[in-house]
Ligand binder design. Structure first.
Ligand SMILES: Cc1cc2nc3c(=O)[nH]c(=O)nc-3n(C[C@H](O)[C@H](O)[C@H](O)COP(=O)(O)OP(=O)(O)OC[C@H]3O[C@@H](n4cnc5c(N)ncnc54)[C@H](O)[C@@H]3O)c2cc1C
Length: 433
């Protein structure tokens, strides 16, 4: 049986993947034929379907609406803030996919992407697909990070990561060690207070509390610049907290005053049922909560050898420098709901500019909203135009088989874009490692 083919495959249907799909559609590409969206999750909602039950919409920092969600008369801003965030997001994303007919295929996990010369071949649990371009929008949830410490294998108690944390109740009456210097760790410690028998908190660096209760735009711009610089140079992405510090909100200040947020330097080793501190003292513990962050979930891209020796992938203009057919949305500085929206718009334009000339005919019916203008640097002027924009059938600009790499849609240094990403950092701050 011949492989299925599509011009573009979007891997992941979280905020980033849906946003890319929405904008590809607005550029005149058809979901289900010109582009396919695959997601390994059983439900709509991206990583949100897996978040713990006690994370309410009101306690998540802010979930931004998907692009043009208002067309469905839906907004997270007016949703019931007391409901679990995961339930609301699953419901709203599902309605969004249906309304815009994005035809997400699930569950379908991409296990590997291969370079077959002119084409890319995606191996998935629902079959092989030949594509000209891939948008990787796989987030980080599937790649929880747990640092190695001596004795880790010997520890016999319960261990969870942010990705598998369910509820404080699971630790009732236990002595719990929380590891990590970010806001997830702080949130867990505050939630465990009065439920666990005792909590201990270990951080790699002293927690850098800021005097004020909110991040300033300047702090966030600095953090974005650090993430962006890492993404451009192929280094592993730094955590947000390392670039900003933790704002001392009233809740956090009260936790410090009560002694719940008493960070200790990292332990020197674990034993079967205890943690051993650098001064040699030993504390019995029943459980460990690793709030130690996530890494980009890109294992399926390993056959493409995109990684630099520094540990990251160079993504300077939305696509991998080592293979410009592999685009990234929701990566690095755009890993938040608002950042993912913007990445979706930028990446869709880049993909369209790169492969729009090779799309089969005919064009679909224009959508009611005004069509998106492809970016000036990336749009082939004589190439396939979004139907509502040109009103004419699209014309191929280049010979079949050619591939135009993404151009500098995201300038190396642009204060306005950095500020937009900074806003996205602010949005994601309270959830970061
Ligand atoms: C605990 C926590 C709380 C957060 N809270 C907020 C918040 O309040 N506000 C905010 O703006 N941001 C928050 N964030 C950041 C959040 O990650 C982003 O906001 C956003 O949801 C990420 O969207 P995404 O589409 O990039 O990734 P995801 O939502 O993770 O979506 C990726 C999708 O890709 C799929 N996938 C992965 N690998 C494969 C594969 N190989 N094949 C097929 N499918 C695959 C997954 O199933 C998933 O559906 C939080 C993050 C964490 C960890």
């Amino acid at each position: 049986m011949p492989d299925e083919s599509a011009s573009v495959v979007v891997i992941g249907a979280g905020q980033a993947g849906l946003s890319v799909a929405y904008y590809l559609q607005r550029l005149g590409m058809r979901a289900g034929s010109d582009f396919l969206v695959l997601d390994r999750g059983p439900l709509a909602g991206g990583a949100w379907q897996n978040r713990w039950e006690s994370l309410r919409l009101g306690s998540a920092h802010r979930v931004h609406d998907l692009p043009n969600m208002k067309a469905l008369d839906l907004s997270f801003d007016s949703a019931d803030r007391s409901r679990p965030a995961r339930d609301v997001v699953v419901e709203y994303y599902a309605r969004y996919e249906e309304f815009f007919d994005l035809r997400v295929r699930r569950p379908s996990q991409v296990t590997a992407v291969f370079d077959r010369g002119a084409d890319l071949v995606l191996r998935s649990t629902t079959g092989d697909i030949v594509a000209q371009a891939v948008v990787n929008a796989t987030g980080t949830w599937g790649a929880p990070f747990v640092p190695y410490y001596p004795g880790l294998q010997q520890f016999r108690g319960q261990q969870v990561h942010t990705a598998t944390y369910s509820a404080a109740e699971d630790f009732r009456g236990q002595r719990v060690l929380v590891v990590g210097g970010g806001t997830s760790a702080i949130g867990f410690l505050l939630e465990l207070e009065g439920v666990a028998q005792k909590t201990f908190w270990a951080t790699r660096r002293p927690v850098d509390y800021m005097d004020h209760g909110t991040l300033s735009l300047e702090d966030a711009v600095t953090a974005v610049a650090a993430q962006d610089a890492a993404a451009r140079s192929g280094r592993a992405l730094p955590s947000i907290v390392s670039g900003t510090g933790v704002p001392k909100t009233r809740r956090i200040a009260a936790g410090i005053a009560r002694g719940v947020l008493d960070a200790r330097p990292m332990f020197s080793r674990l034993e079967e049922d205890a943690v051993v501190w650098p001064d040699g003292s030993r504390e019995p513990i029943d459980a460990i909560v690793w709030a130690t962050g996530f890494r980009p979930d890109v294992r399926h891209l390993s056959p493409l050898h995109l990684h630099e020796k520094e540990g990251g992938i160079v993504v300077a203009t939305g696509a991998a420098e080592r293979d410009p057919r592999i685009f990234f949305a929701g990566y690095g500085p755009t890993a938040s709901t608002v950042g993912a929206n913007r990445a979706g718009r930028v990446v869709a334009r880049q993909v369209f500019a790169a492969i729009g000339n090779r799309l089969p005919q005919p064009a679909p019916e224009p959508l009611p909203e005004p069509a998106l203008q492809p970016g000036p640097q990336s749009a082939p002027r004589q190439g396939r135009q979004a139907p509502a924009e040109s009103g004419l059938p699209p014309q191929p600009a280049r010979a079949r088989g050619s591939f135009r790499p993404a151009t500098g849609e995201v300038p190396v240094s642009n204060r306005r874009e950095e500020e937009k990403d900074a806003v996205s950092i602010l949005a994601r701050f309270f959830a970061d490692d």
